[in-house]
Design a protein around this ligand. Structure first.
Ligand code: PLP
Length: 433
């Protein structure tokens, strides 16, 4: 579900024509719908309400401060993976007690910053990291709270680059090792190791991997408790899907129907578990589009190319994961207004096969490959859908291309929440002497 729709032949974000925003901010540009962001946050919060979870929005998916603030005001905590993300969470007025800090390579500076900020949990990824945290917190005379990230060895059936819950993943420790980690490090005064963290991959478009992972983890929690460890927190991570090609992602209620019954008995009683969730993509992906302008049409051999002014530096997901994003004109030619958006629309009669490519000097610089599109002309705007998560978040300066602006729509109004970067700004940190 999102608030992007074709009305009277052109694409709107909420009540604002996308073309009107572009007249003001130019292209390429990211445009987000505030109502969609909040809808998806609320969907998770409502579906999982029985567990009273702390919902830590995963900043890495869409880190814009304004968006973080919007979600914080709705009740979100934050999942962070770097000092920079931690500072964003704090700048967005995030409650430090609702911040979880994951990542396999936390530096001493980042650990010190997190201790200074009194964050809620360190999500520990290895024995070496835990030993280091114990050392740093001990030296400072403070007590850190930590959860051990485990690999339940389930297959989330997603792209190999975003599958994180298998035994051989670089994240977390496997279940057998987890017990030994607790035996060795679980009774240190400076780190209270009292939680278990999971994040099995992203996007996980079926519920079974969660069920299997959570079942295995609850067994571990019972074993640890019988070994005398006071486990009071289970963080089930993120990974819920979004709609890229069609309605392929289960709604939040479908995940909840499978997950909530596994945990209902655990959140009450004498020994309650606090539940943490870390959704990112399922909140932000469908809430954002990338808009680009057609620069040229070109034929190479038998192939037709639509060359637009957004490239892999703006949206790297197609190049990195061969990810599918639905691409369609903002003001399609008469007769080409899609009845519904998604893969099925590209079989509309009269469409022509095209590769939608950017200006970056790489053959991997494409936004869509072999896609049926309506007839297009130089100057036409195209929208790349489901670009709200891991879009701007992964933008780079490759080919010395400044970052695009980000715009947030709220009903009939829009505001620039990140200005377009200029060339001077892009080079500001460099020197020629
Ligand atoms: N938590 C952790 C530890 C992650 O690594 C990620 C994504 O990589 C997330 C949460 C967010 O995942 P998603 O955006 O799929 O919800």
């Amino acid at each position: 579900m999102d608030h992007f729709a074709y009305r009277s032949g052109e694409l709107y974000c909420e009540d604002v024509p996308v073309a009107r925003i572009v007249e003001s901010v130019g292209t390429p540009a990211y445009i987000y719908s505030s109502a969609t962001l909040l809808h998806h946050y609320d969907a998770v919060a409502t579906a999982f309400a029985a567990l009273r979870p702390i919902i830590c929005y995963s900043i890495k998916s869409c880190p814009n401060l304004h968006i973080c603030r919007l979600l914080k005001d709705r009740g979100a905590g934050f999942d962070v993976v770097s000092g920079g993300e931690l500072l964003r969470a704090l700048r967005a007025s995030g409650d430090p007690a609702k911040i979880v800090f994951a990542g396999v390579g936390k530096t001493d500076d980042e650990i010190n910053l997190a201790l200074d900020s009194k964050i809620g949990w360190f999500n520990i990824e290895s024995e070496a990291e835990l030993a280091n945290l114990i050392e740093i917190a001990g030296r400072r005379g403070v007590v850190a709270r930590a959860a051990l990230r485990v690999n339940p060895d389930v297959d989330p059936k997603t792209h190999r680059y975003t599958s994180t819950g298998k035994k051989e993943s670089k994240f977390g420790v496997d279940l057998e090792r987890a017990r030994r980690v607790f035996q060795e490090y679980g009774r240190h005064g400076s780190v209270r190791l009292c939680g278990i963290h999971l994040h099995i991959g992203s996007p996980v478009n079926t519920v079974e991997p969660y069920v299997s992972a959570i079942r295995k983890t609850l067994t571990l929690i019972d074993e640890l408790r019988s070994d005398g460890f006071a486990i009071d927190t289970l963080d089930i991570g993120g990974g819920f899907g979004a709609h890229y090609k069609s309605s392929e992602a289960p709604p939040a209620v479908a995940y909840a129907e499978a997950i909530v019954p596994l945990l209902t008995d655990r959140v009450g009683g004498a020994n309650p578990l606090s539940i943490i969730m870390e959704p990112g993509r399922s909140i932000a992906a469908n809430a954002g589009i990338l808009v680009a302008r057609t620069l040229y049409l070109k034929k190479s051999g038998e192939r037709d190319f639509l060359i637009v002014d957004a490239g892999m530096n703006d949206l790297i997901r197609p190049a990195l994961y061969e990810a599918y994003h639905f691409v369609w004109p903002v003001r399609p030619a008469t007769g080409f207004v899609p009845a519904e958006r998604g893969e099925s629309t590209t079989t509309m009669p009269g469409c022509l096969p095209m590769d939608v490519v950017g200006p970056v000097c790489e053959s991997g610089d494409f936004l869509a490959k072999d896609r049926m599109l309506p007839p297009m002309q130089r100057g036409d705007l195209v929208a790349v859908f489901t670009a709200g998560a891991y879009g701007m978040a992964m933008a780079s300066h490759y080919n010395s291309r400044p970052n695009p602006p980000e715009v947030l729509v709220e009903g009939g109004a829009f505001r620039v929440i990140r200005r377009r970067e200029g060339y001077e700004e892009m080079m500001a940190g460099e020197s020629v002497t």
